[in-house]
Design a protein around this ligand. Structure first.
Ligand code: ZN
Ligand code: FE
Length: 255
């Protein structure tokens, strides 16, 4: 492992991540919602920003991009498909591309659904996934631009990553997601254990993020739409995963 990962709370419930490669000094900010908490952390650490990695165009992920780029001249990386909506884009990436942050390398995964141009950054050697608003702990992003089959395909792609992969999503939504997950899967012991852990973490004022892919596989209903107990809990006749996922997402939207 070469990356030091600093997790910075921003806005009301966002996380911005700073990735620092101590060998080269390269430092990337993932989804800088605002500039100030990033510049504060950089100053505190004595790091210089070299890259910004954007997962998608929403304001709570790119709000700090222009100011940070102006201050540091850093290189902005994001989906070429959303070129018109990502401020200051320097390096347009697509599925299968790699992005180097010093000696560390991320594979770009195209994960449409929340937005059409959403991408995730997977640092395999670091066991770290930066997944923006596609996958949350115990939840997933709303489908603002994509459809259920596409979002389900994106999520199953993330689910297939090694179980020890740390999941760095962009929001602290875990506790609210947990209330929904518990309503869907009453008899899942792994979920019950995770919910107790989440309550303890939040009571202590600590983040529930990162989670891991293995933990999400076992407890996140949105990664479990191909399991018969989820279809049964929703009272569905179909077990087609994309249809079950769509029903689950609709249920959560009004929960
Ligand atoms: Zn978003
Ligand atoms: Fe967001």
């Amino acid at each position: 492992m070469t990356l030091v990962i600093e997790q910075i709370p921003a806005l009301s419930d966002n996380y911005i991540y700073l990735l620092h490669d101590s060998a080269t000094g390269a430092t990337a900010a993932v989804d800088p919602a605002e500039a100030e908490p990033v510049t504060d952390a950089l100053a505190r650490r004595g790091w210089t920003l070299s890259h910004i990695l954007v997962t998608h165009h929403h304001h709570d992920h790119v709000g700090g991009v222009n100011a940070l780029k102006r201050m540091t001249g850093c290189r902005v990386v994001g989906a070429g498909r959303d070129r018109a909506r990502i401020p200051g884009l320097d390096q347009a990436v697509a599925d299968g591309d790699t992005v180097a942050v010093g000696a560390a390398t991320a594979l770009v995964l195209d994960t449409p659904g929340h937005t059409i141009g959403h991408v995730c950054y997977h640092f395999a050697d670091e066991c770290a996934l930066f997944c923006g608003d596609t996958l949350f702990s115990l939840g997933c992003g709303r489908m603002f631009e994509g459809d259920a089959p596409g979002m389900w395909a994106s999520l199953t792609r993330l689910r297939a990553l090694p179980p020890e992969t740390r999941v760095y999503c962009a929001h602290e939504y875990t506790q609210a997601n947990g209330r929904f997950a518990r309503a869907i899967e009453t008899g899942n012991p792994a979920l019950a254990a995770r919910l107790a852990e989440i309550d303890d973490l939040r009571a202590a004022g600590r983040p529930t993020i990162p989670s891991t892919i293995g933990m999400e596989r076992d407890t996140n209903p949105f990664l479990r739409a191909d399991r018969p107990e989820i279809a049964a809990a929703l009272g569905l006749a179909t077990t087609d995963p994309a249809s079950v996922f769509a029903a689950l997402r609709r249920r959560k939207d009004t929960f």
